[in-house]
Design a protein around this ligand. Structure first.
Ligand SMILES: [Zn+2]
Length: 274
């Protein structure tokens, strides 16, 4: 999502118990094998360090379909229908899926339906919480303060509910990510009630769950419950460099949770408008 995210979440999640475990397994050389079903990375950002040609090559080398996302909204390059149309037309020449990763709630009002409908998919996280007094709290930032974990969770759940019930999205990204100060309390804070509420909301609107390679979320328990509820999944690296299409955590979760081809969301190309 954001340029600093790689560094920040690496620090944030290195301390979480389930992550340390995953990293330990990695260093022991037990890399999980690629699943037998077709794999896609639907969370790739083009950047100064990743051109479209490089992304395609990485996908080819690693046997992974590529989906590109860009952020719309203030501070980002896509703010009008014309911007969005240009973005879509530019990428349409390549064998990639074309996605959008909005950050701010209500973003879709800036665009008209015929242009939005040309996107192959829309992926959104719930990491940019509106503050009661205006402004935003970006909980992926390392200096995010959490005074009261339960109070934070109540507010976070409200925003997740808003995203899952009102935003026109296909994929819920970074599910269950927690800010640094409370990352260690993952197992306690993600109660069965909270987990099931997210799953119910996603199921009601057929929103797929991203398994996020960078943040190592959601955990095995969430994925297992979501699979039981017949939700679909996607894999995403949230990369802007040669980490695109490189999966470790996602393959490990696929293996542990027994994900099959039928559990995965397949994003199709939208037909070109006439
Ligand atoms: Zn992203």
């Amino acid at each position: 999502m954001f340029p600093q995210a790689s560094l920040i979440t690496g620090v944030a999640l290195g301390s979480a118990p389930h992550i340390s475990h995953a990293l330990a397994a990695g260093s022991a050389g037990m890399a999980p094998s690629k699943p037998s079903f077709p794999v896609a990375d639907y969370h790739v950002h083009l950047s100064n360090t990743l051109t479209i040609d490089q992304a395609l090559q990485l996908g080819k080398d690693r046997g992974v379909q590529i989906g590109i996302v860009e952020h719309p909204g203030p501070g980002y390059p896509i703010n009008t229908d014309a911007d969005l149309q240009h973005y879509i037309d530019t990428l349409r020449k390549y064998p990639v899926r074309i996605g959008l990763q909005p950050v701010y709630a209500g973003w879709s009002k800036s665009f008209s339906k015929p242009v939005l409908d040309q996107l192959d998919y829309i992926l959104m996280d719930a990491l940019t919480l509106p503050k009661p007094d205006g402004g935003w709290l970006a909980i992926w930032q390392i200096d995010t303060m959490v005074d009261d974990a339960e109070e934070f969770m109540t507010r976070y759940m409200q925003f997740i509910e808003q995203v899952l019930t009102t935003e026109p999205i296909n994929i819920f990204a970074w599910p269950t990510f927690l800010p640094v100060p409370i990352a260690r309390q993952y197992a306690q804070l993600w109660t069965p009630q909270r987990v099931d509420h997210i799953i119910d909301l996603a199921r009601a609107r057929k929103i797929a769950i991203e398994i996020n390679e960078l943040a190592h979320v959601p955990d095995e328990n969430f994925i297992t419950r979501a699979k039981r509820a017949a939700l679909k999944f996607t894999f995403g690296t949230d990369s802007r460099n040669d980490h695109a299409a490189h999966f470790y955590y996602c393959y490990q979760m696929a293996q542990k949770c027994g994900l099959t081809e039928g559990d995965m969301l397949v994003v199709n190309r939208q037909p070109s408008p006439r």
